[in-house]
Design a protein around this ligand. Structure first.
Ligand code: GCU
Length: 402
């Protein structure tokens, strides 16, 4: 089979009808938030599990938290920095731990709302501070990047604390290393024996494991007196934007969900058949040394997206009625920004059940217009990245919603 993306000509995009999230199994329609919340939502969530993201891994038998470091006067006096080790263990002695980095505003007078997201290159690369504990092991014992500060622009912790929010992060490799044979060094080892690793993808996904890690960090945040855990926004960029959406779907403790440039398997509609498709997530990724990020079942729909019983607007609808922000970029064409816009539009009908309009506009906006609302959308000028401009929009939303 050839693994190629779809055309990026909008005229060639498919015009398939999308499954209606309000259509019930018996052919009638959901008309109340009660029915959505108590019945329909879990019916769709089960399909999202089955066809894309898998079951939710259980909680570990035990968890412990160790404060490794607490530094006043961080970020030139603007912040307090904490680094915490989270250990998840099973009664039979298996355990897995990962370290999180937290910046708090220096002069907070009480618990603060927080942004929580996974990073690609280790906690040390989200900041300019050089003495952060290095994390991020794609391969055992080998840091993915020693600390060039290369992804600081994606995190700008000094700006976030200046707006009176905490920022919390952990490297995704430390939850599930993003390599083809990463499972033995991942959280999955708590629940699977080596002989069972090959079966992981039958029921679970790597994206699901990353989302599980976010939930465990949330467990910690609920106990941290410096954080107001009822006001946490989960966010992520690209594959980690796919992850933040799934995290927001399965864990309703997040008050707001942000997906930045998440594309295929994130905010973009599969059935539009535009740009990247599921083929890239299977053979192509595996050839590049990545695991497939979805359940095995998803592979069945490569080039047959019209047969998928669900689509990504239904993932977005899982966030309702909580605020959802979807950011896209003009040069990130393969991720199909318009497909993300259309998904937001189609998810809005679920927000409408709650008396919200969801998305506030009907037509895809031009670049750099922030369509702020219960579902927010923007189309930033520039490449596939999470920039300070994106942060500006997300921080404004947090001011309103957190
Ligand atoms: C690959 C992948 C995308 C993903 C991106 C990223 O390009 O095909 O779907 O969003 O990596 O995570 O950076």
């Amino acid at each position: 089979m050839e693994y190629a993306p779809y055309s990026m000509d909008d005229k060639e995009a498919a015009r398939d009808t999308l499954p209606d999230p309000l259509l019930k199994k018996d052919g009638s329609y959901v008309t109340t938030p009660f029915e959505w919340h108590n019945f329909q939502r879990s019916y769709i969530l089960d399909m999202l599990k089955k066809y894309e993201y898998g079951e939710i891994l259980p909680r570990p038998d035990e968890m412990s938290f160790q404060l490794l470091n607490c530094r006043q006067g961080a970020l030139g006096g603007k912040a307090v920095r904490k680094e915490v080790r989270i250990t998840c263990s099973m009664l039979d002695g298996r355990s897995h731990s990962f370290k999180i980095l937290i910046y708090l505003p220096a002069n907070a007078s009480g618990p603060v709302p927080a942004f929580l997201g996974l990073n690609f290159k280790g906690n040390q690369n989200t900041t300019v501070e050089k003495d952060v504990i290095p994390t991020g092991y794609r391969f055992p014992g080998v840091l993915v990047d020693e600390g060039s500060g290369v992804q600081h622009h994606r995190w700008i912790p000094e700006e976030i604390v200046a707006r009176n929010y905490a920022t919390v992060t952990c490297c995704y490799h430390d939850i599930f290393p993003d390599r083809a044979d990463g499972i033995g060094d991942s959280v999955a080892k708590l629940f699977f024996t080596p002989a069972e690793y090959g079966k992981f993808g039958e029921k679970y996904s790597v994206i699901g494991a990353w989302a599980w890690g976010l939930s465990r960090i949330m467990d910690y945040l609920e106990l941290d007196p410096d954080i107001d855990s009822s006001r946490v926004a989960v966010h992520g960029h690209s594959r980690l934007g796919k992850t933040s959406l799934w995290a927001g779907a399965v864990d309703t403790r997040y008050k707001m969900v942000i997906s930045n440039d998440s594309g295929c398997g994130g905010g973009a509609l599969h059935k539009r058949k535009f740009g990247e498709n599921l083929s890239q997530h299977f053979q192509h990724h595996i050839n590049m040394g990545y695991p497939s990020w979805f359940v095995n079942e998803a592979e069945r729909f490569i080039y047959k997206e019209e047969e998928l019983p669900i689509d990504q607007h239904e993932l977005l609808a899982m966030i309702a009625p909580r605020p959802l922000a979807v950011g896209t970029a003009t040069e990130d064409r393969a991720a199909d920004p318009k497909g993300e816009f259309l998904a937001c539009k189609a998810a809005s009908q679920v927000y409408k059940l709650y008396g919200s309009c969801g998305l506030t506009v009907d037509e895809m906006p031009g670049p750099d217009i922030h369509c702020a609302g219960d579902i927010s959308f923007h189309y930033r000028t520039g490449k596939h990245d999470h920039t300070p401009q994106d942060w500006g929009y997300y921080l404004d939303l947090a001011d309103k919603y957190l």
